[in-house]
Design a protein around this ligand. Structure first.
Ligand SMILES: Nc1ncnc2c1ncn2[C@@H]1O[C@H](COP(=O)(O)OP(=O)(O)OP(=O)(O)O)[C@@H](O)[C@H]1O
Length: 242
């Protein structure tokens, strides 16, 4: 039995020495990562560096990694992808409640839709919603499951810049209220700095950079410390900061 102190200090996510190969190609090469309960970690890395591979492993979607040891995650994990993955033949509330049963779950679904600003749209069809609204439904679907770990793979990558900024504010609020541990995969350095408590960079199969973003929220792009973080992270990604 774990003691109370162990319960409090135990990370929500612990990855140790994770290796993932596809044929001869080693994508994850002894990767270590811990995420504390309630901590928001953003994962950056060049295209093909293995970000989605890591996220899929944590989500339990990679059968070849599952059960191999090296990964400890909470029992209750939700995933949000770049496309909302709503079922077009189900109305909004039905989509939120997929896999959930009972009155309490229905109430959580309704509350989650209200939290993402979609109260009154429960009976809409996905096709009647904008891309940003569909991603809100996807967020509500995750929230209704009250996850201890939220995994997000470029959830705003397909949205226009203005909608993305609104979604940042929404995600920040939701995470502050519900406090899941979060791993957000993104290509967007600014998005990582705006949202995360920590930003990690994946390179050559392991975490190459691990930076705590100790700036008050909401964060301003004009804050010189924001710019310092951006510059450091862009350098880590091999991009020149003009
Ligand atoms: N099922 C698979 N079979 C073979 N190779 C794969 C498979 N899944 C991923 N890979 C390879 O693993 C590497 C990492 O892919 P992954 O999708 O994790 O990268 P990523 O960092 O998420 O990239 P991006 O930023 O472009 O989305 C790539 O070289 C990719 O081709």
């Amino acid at each position: 039995m774990a003691t109370d102190v162990e319960q409090l200090t135990r990370p929500a996510v612990r990855v140790s020495g994770l290796v993932r190969r596809f044929g001869p190609t080693v994508v994850l090469d002894g990767l270590d990562l811990e995420i504390a309960p309630g901590e928001f970690v953003a994962l950056l890395g060049r295209s093909g560096s293995g970000k989605s591979t890591l996220l899929r492993a944590l989500a339990g979607l990679d059968k070849d990694v599952a059960g191999s040891g090296g990964i400890a995650v909470p029992g209750n994990v939700s995933v949000v992808f770049q496309d909302s993955r709503l079922l077009p033949w189900q109305r909004v509330l039905r989509n939120v409640l997929i896999g959930l049963d009972g009155r309490a779950a229905r109430d959580r679904g309704l509350a989650a839709l209200a939290e993402v600003g979609l109260a009154g749209r429960e009976r809409a069809w996905p096709v009647e919603l904008s891309g940003g609204e569909q991603q809100r439904v996807a967020l509500a679907r995750s929230l209704a499951r009250e996850p201890q770990l939220l995994l997000a793979d470029e959830p705003f990558g397909a949205l226009d810049a203005l909608t993305r900024i609104r979604m940042h504010a929404l995600l920040r609020e939701l995470c502050e209220r519900h406090r899941p541990a979060v791993l957000l995969v993104t290509h967007d350095v600014d998005e990582a700095i705006v949202l995360a408590d920590r930003v990690v960079v994946l390179d050559k199969g392991a975490i190459a950079v691990d930076v705590t973003i100790d700036l008050p929220k909401p964060r301003s792009h004009r804050d010189p410390r924001f710019l310092e973080h951006r510059s450091r992270l862009l350098t880590a990604l091999g991009v020149d900061d003009e």
